[in-house]
Design a protein around this ligand. Structure first.
Ligand SMILES: Nc1ncnc2c1ncn2[C@@H]1O[C@H](COP(=O)(O)OP(=O)(O)OP(=O)(O)O)[C@@H](O)[C@H]1O
Ligand SMILES: [Mg+2]
Length: 534
């Protein structure tokens, strides 16, 4: 096959320009390698990898998303790996969790497809069987899912503790978990119409400042921006601040043209006219300052320029002006303070102003920051992440982002399934029953899909130091007598009741893991040859 294709292309292009190889054996071999690499990190007892990265230096992690990021940078990897890793990255960006499970399950499906092809089953039949199995699996998942009570704070915190594995000490990690739940509870908005929560993660900001320890990381009821007072004379601290938010500049153009439209229109012909021009500019700037004072603002924030003269004059009147703030930060401050963002100073009124309990300039490890705080129902919050060095704070940020994404999913769609491999065993048994309904080759394809699902509990058991085969047999037995809550408790290293241990996985995450893995595998099964330029 390989020679024929090469000969053909040789003839077609007049020289040996391309190499053609059968795709599937290579795909399977490579995916097995990736799966092995990631599988040892699965679950709470997953092992760590020491990453020697040219860009970020050396660090230790057990987060599959990070491992995937590092290996996907290697351009020598065959395209198949890149496809799986890209799909894993998409999952990581959108859902934030489930990367390891997706890779393990996807690779297992590919391996099983290889076995089926060896038995003479055409890839198209495998694709069809896999699609049938996926649809059934999604249907069963829905059926076995249950509601997670969002008003039970302890329940949610337990789920989070089990859901996210961390390289940080347990106690400090738990504190961070609690803060993340706090943060989301503050910004989640209940929609009476849809009867569900909306969580906009734009309103949880993460600010990293090197120094102190992980334990000093804190959740602030407000917005922190990386800005400082521009005039030393202006107060550092404002109580009951009235804040004007602008998305335009506060300045006067230094051009003659600008004055044509104003009531000060005149022609510049002599040096005295230039002087006049500056006087007029001064008057216009003062008018802007007067306007700000008259509506009662004592803090002005703009995404654009604020003229030095305005900042200086405002400072003399005890008004703090902050310029070049990002649009996202302005949106956060607006949410926190209930302000309306103003596009034209002329039209601004006192009703547009936002209110903050305090606005303060603070100095943290030689960094000046401005902190806007409200104590009652803050709708925008900030994590001030501290850690001894860059690597530590970057890792905290990664973990926090992951936790926040999972919490968003939990609040917006509070349905769960039993974790610790329990739901995979349930699905596997259901699919084996479904396979019985098919008398053709799809029977064996669906059975292979069911076996592939067991890869998750197998690896969880192995990583917990249990015998994978014995554990799976025991779980199958329990599930077949209706004990669907039985799974692996990775911390106690036993088969346990997942409901009692609160080892719960979120339904949307499980659904995405299944859909994404099957999607990649279906695509790879369509590829029969790889043609590479030499
Ligand atoms: N305490 C626990 N005991 C046993 N299994 C657990 C426990 N907590 C979570 N799990 C299981 O571990 C699996 C998730 O592991 P893990 O978080 O390492 O991988 P992932 O979510 O697939 O990928 P990612 O690296 O993106 O988090 C799920 O199947 C979950 O049910
Ligand atoms: Mg996870």
């Amino acid at each position: 096959m390989e020679n024929y294709s090469n000969d053909y292309l040789d003839r077609l292009f007049g020289r040996k320009k391309y190499v053609v190889r059968d795709a599937l054996p290579l795909n399977i071999a490579v995916s097995e390698f990736v799966s092995e690499l990631i599988a040892s990190s699965l679950g709470p007892r997953g092992s760590y990898k020491l990453i020697l990265d040219k860009e970020f230096g050396d660090f230790v992690t057990n987060d599959s998303g990070t491992i995937v990021n590092v290996i996907s940078k290697d351009k020598r990897l065959p395209p198949v790996i890149q496809l799986i890793l890209q799909a894993a990255n998409v999952l990581k960006e959108s859902i934030g969790d489930g990367v390891a499970s997706m890779i393990i399950f996807g690779c297992e499906l590919l391996k099983k497809a290889g076995e089926l092809i060896e038995k003479g089953i055409h890839p198209n039949i495998i694709r069809e069987g896999y699609k049938i199995a996926l649809n059934k699996a999604l249907e069963v998942l829905q059926k076995i899912s249950f509601e997670i009570p969002l008003n039970n704070r302890a329940y949610i915190e337990d789920i989070m503790k089990n859901n996210i594995k961390s390289s940080f000490p347990e106690n400090e990690w738990i504190t961070l978990c609690h803060s993340a739940v706090d943060a989301i509870s503050k910004i989640a908005i209940y929609d009476d119409y849809t009867k569900s929560f909306n969580v906009d993660l734009d309103y949880v900001k993460i600010v990293k400042v090197e120094g102190e320890r992980f334990f000093d990381t804190q959740l602030v009821n407000g917005v922190i921006i990386d800005k400082k007072r521009l005039e030393p004379g202006v107060p550092k601290y404002f109580k009951d601040a009235k804040i004007l938010l602008m998305n335009t500049s506060i300045k006067v153009e230094n051009t003659r043209h600008h004055f044509f439209d104003s009531k000060f229109e005149f022609e510049i012909e002599t040096p005295s006219h230039v002087k006049k021009l500056y006087e007029v500019k001064d008057i216009l700037l003062r008018q802007k300052v007067e306007k700000i004072i008259s509506i009662g603002a004592n803090v002005v924030v703009s995404t654009d320029e604020i003229a030095d003269k305005v900042i200086h004059t405002l400072a003399k009147r005890n008004v703090m002006a902050i310029r070049w703030v990002s649009k996202l930060d302005l949106k956060r401050i607006a949410k926190l303070t209930n302000a309306f963002i103003v596009s034209s100073l002329t039209e601004a009124t006192g009703a547009d102003l936002g209110k903050a309990d305090t606005v303060e300039e603070v100095i943290i490890n030689n960094n000046k920051l401005i902190v806007f705080k409200t104590y009652f129902q803050p709708r925008s919050v900030t994590f001030l992440v501290r850690g001894s060095n860059r690597l530590v704070i970057d890792e905290i940020e990664r973990q926090l982002n992951k936790m926040l994404k999972v919490l968003k999913i939990l609040f917006e769609k509070n349905r769960g399934v039993y974790g610790g491999g329990a739901c995979e065993v349930t699905l596997s048994l259901e699919l084996k029953k479904l396979a019985q309904e098919y008398a053709d080759k799809r029977h064996i394809v669906i059975e292979k899909f069911a076996e592939a699902l067991e890869a998750i509990p197998m690896h969880l058991a192995r990583n917990a130091g249990l015998d994978p085969i014995l554990t799976i047999s025991a779980l199958r037995k329990l599930h077949s007598i209706g004990r669907f809550e039985s799974g692996i408790d990775g911390r106690k290293c036993l088969i346990e009741d997942m409901s009692a241990c609160r080892i719960i996985d979120l339904l949307p995450i499980k659904e995405n893991i299944l859909k994404n893995s099957v999607e990649v595998v279906l695509m790879l099964l369509k590829v029969d040859e790889i043609i590479r330029e030499v």
